[in-house]
Design a protein around this ligand. Structure first.
Ligand code: NAD
Length: 411
């Protein structure tokens, strides 16, 4: 099929390249001319395992800044960002892309893949209809959430746990069924609003599991119990599962925190008090600060002290630093007057855009050598077994290191 993908970020690029490798013809449309230029040269503008190799080996995709390129597509996937801003989900990228799409609509199926609050897709329909074409009659509208995990995104694209399709008209259902026919996983067909909230509920549940683990971890530490042993045993219950059942610094990234905040704001808007969801957020916000408290317990004032930070990405195997726990940790360290020396295998370039004035090093060992104490903020595998030269190491992610004066956040 001929597919267009609007917004070639983490979701759009993986979706497009994933479908290209399954034999479809892809046109990426993005407002970022630099990104477009890189994709045209088969260079990924972001880091995702295996993406570079796939892009080099495929020729069935192109990229442009021109929306008219969507004219002949059968499906138009919309994968632009939906950040949380000023107390609500910011729909400006969606609205401006919808306006451009509307100019070139004839009989395509427009499929939103961005994470949105229930009702958002349907609220965009007047924009799509601006030039006279009718939704569900001339063109189709559907919602098909993306559940990929950054760092594992291609693997998740090819092997999803489930595919959720929110569609109201038969033609959209039929074309999307055809597109996904070779995916061997449960497929849930539902209405658009339900599909929209399924994604948000999945993320809210994962966030809850992490904050729950952190709260238990904090208690276990005080009781002298290893919470990881507890989670391992509890996670063997198939109703609970061991995944996402870890204590540490909490969740970051471009999805969980903002989707949780958006769901909270929606609940409040409809007159509900989302007590659990608010507590999940609260635990998550205070958790990284525990690392600084531990540091101060050992070092006293941090004023003028050189602190090493290992890991800046919000999780391993990505260069994404959006809402990363490293942001909270580094901001607090700076506020306390510490000097920072940091290293991350992939995310330093992105982190430097936000914190240009801290020192960056080329390896974990260089950070350890140049710092009085070290913090592990992201669990990159290359940090495992690293020699800490007898220095104080506060671990936020349960990484096994060597030769450290060691304390974990919740263990
Ligand atoms: P991103 O910021 O990496 O990508 C968005 C892209 O859209 C950028 O390349 C940007 O230049 C482009 N863009 C912005 N405005 C545009 C416009 N008007 N027209 C065309 N292109 C435009 O974001 P992302 O991480 O890929 O997330 C996209 C959506 O998918 C969000 O709603 C997010 O919540 C959701 N999501 C993200 C993930 C993830 O792991 N990143 C997973 C599932 C769902």
């Amino acid at each position: 099929m001929k597919l267009a993908v609007i917004g070639a970020g983490y979701v759009g690029l993986v979706t497009g390249i994933g479908f290209a490798s399954l034999g479809h013809e892809i046109t990426f449309v993005d407002v970022d001319a630099k990104k477009v230029e890189m994709i045209e040269k088969a260079e990924p503008p972001l880091y995702e395992k295996g993406l570079k190799e796939l892009m080099k080996n495929l020729s069935s995709y192109r990229a442009t800044t021109e929306f008219k390129a969507i004219k002949n597509s059968e499906i138009v996937f919309v994968c632009v960002g939906t950040p949380f801003k000023d107390g609500k989900m910011d729909l400006s990228q969606l609205e401006s892309s919808a306006l451009e799409i509307s100019k070139y609509l004839s009989k395509q199926i427009v499929v939103l893949r961005s994470t949105v609050l229930p009702g958002t897709t349907e609220n965009l329909i007047p924009i799509f209809e601006k030039y006279g074409k009718k939704a569900f009659a001339d063109f189709g509208v559907a919602y098909n959430p993306e559940f990929l995990r950054e760092g594992n995104a291609l693997q998740d694209f090819f092997n999803p746990d489930r595919i959720v399709i929110g569609a109201e008209d038969e033609r959209s259902k039929k074309i999307l069924s055809e597109l996904y026919k070779d995916f061997n996983c449960p497929k849930i067909f539902t209405n658009i609003k339900t599909a929209e909230i399924i994604k948000l509920v999945a993320n809210a549940f994962l966030s809850t599991k992490i904050s729950f683990a952190n709260e238990i971890g904090n208690v276990c530490k005080k009781l002298g119990i290893d919470c990881y042993e507890v989670f391992e045993a509890v996670g063997l219950d198939h109703r609970i599962s061991p995944h996402f059942f870890k204590a540490g610094l909490g969740f970051g990234g471009s999805c969980l925190p903002k989707d949780l905040k958006a769901l909270i704001s929606k609940a409040v808007e409809v007159g509900e008090e989302p007590r659990i969801l608010k507590a999940v957020l609260e635990v998550n916000e205070s958790q990284p600060l525990r690392m600084i408290e531990i540091l101060k317990k050992h070092l006293g004032s941090l004023e003028g002290k050189k602190i090493g930070v290992l890991g800046l990405a919000f999780k391993p195997e990505t260069d994404d630093v959006r809402d990363a726990r490293s942001m909270v940790v580094v901001s607090k360290l700076l506020e306390e007057g510490a000097e920072i020396v940091a290293y991350d295998p992939k995310a330093m370039e992105n982190f430097r855009k936000i914190f240009p004035n801290i020192e960056y090093r080329k390896s974990a060992l260089e950070v350890i050598e140049g710092a009085e104490a070290i913090l592990i903020v992201t669990e990159w595998t290359e940090f495992e077994g690293v020699d800490c030269k007898g220095k104080l190491l506060v671990d936020g992610r349960r990484v096994k290191v060597k030769n450290a004066k060691y304390e974990g956040v919740c263990w």
